[in-house]
Design a protein around this ligand. Structure first.
Ligand code: ADP
Ligand code: MG
Length: 236
């Protein structure tokens, strides 16, 4: 334990919450399957970034996470890689609709996450859909109707698609709110609450943010269960 605490300190990682898994040093430590290891290597990722070292084992253990680390620290892979594992672990059900739902504040951010998710998902034949403005709603409706396991969305457009019944979220068990502070700045709190309200309460929920203003903290308290908070560096 002492050694783990010192290792965290050397990486400027702070954690709070109970039973926090120890940080990994390599992607091998995460126990990823060979296909996923190959996809990671293909990205040129040799070892996990600091946030990934601590967030990956926590998310893989199924716990809820609040992740706070600055832009460019590699937060995307820390929720995308476990999402692939989570998706592959689900039994084949008759039900439809995404298993993983990721919300991001802007079209550009959602698109970046979509691209990253697709790179890892395609090794498994997992279908990833992008749901944000700038595309025809009809085309998006058709794409969602044809089926997907992962949706990367801006909150407003996802609400539009839910209203059009392009998808249902009865099968969703993995929810990510990325850049939560920016989503609040852009006024998406009602949409986020509506989306969360449509996803079963026994889901795994991950919230990433560069800062934790009071309103975001309050939402996190309401929608996450026994979260572990991981902070890297001087932020938060
Ligand atoms: P954040 O969401 O924290 O701003 P990103 O997830 O967008 O950061 O990652 C920033 C950059 O780092 C991206 O170009 C990504 O491809 C790259 N990256 C992520 N993880 C690794 C890694 N383990 N090794 C090398 N590069 C990585
Ligand atoms: Mg990011």
């Amino acid at each position: 334990e002492q050694e783990v605490a010192e290792y965290r300190k050397s990486l400027a990682i702070r954690v709070s919450g109970f039973d926090v898994p120890r940080p990994v040093k390599t992607f091998e430590d995460c126990g990823f399957a060979p296909e996923l290891m190959r996809a990671i290597a293909k990205q040129g990722y040799e070892k996990p970034t600091t946030i990934q070292c601590q967030a990956l084992p926590i998310v893989l253990s199924g716990r809820d996470v609040i992740g706070i680390a600055k832009t460019g620290s590699g937060k995307t892979a820390s929720f995308v890689l476990p999402m692939i594992v989570h998706t592959m672990d689900q039994p084949e059900l008759q039900e439809e609709g995404p298993i993983g739902v990721i919300c991001a504040p802007t079209r550009e951010l959602a698109h970046q996450i979509f691209l990253e998710a697709k790179k890892f998902a395609k090794a498994y034949g997992i279908r990833t859909a992008a749901v944000y403005g700038g595309m025809s709603k009809l085309d998006q409706f058709k794409e969602l109707k044809s089926g997907c396991e992962i949706v990367v969305a801006t909150p407003g457009r996802l609400i539009d698609m839910l209203k059009m019944k392009a998808l249902t979220m009865t099968r969703a068990t993995y929810l990510v709110l990325d850049e939560a502070d920016r989503m609040f700045d852009l006024g998406f709190e009602p949409q986020i609450r509506s989306i969360v309200g449509q996803i079963r309460p026994d889901r795994q929920t991950l919230l990433f943010s560069a800062t934790m203003p009071h309103k975001v903290e309050k939402l996190a308290r309401e929608i996450l269960s026994d979260p572990i908070r991981v902070t890297v560096g001087e932020v938060g």
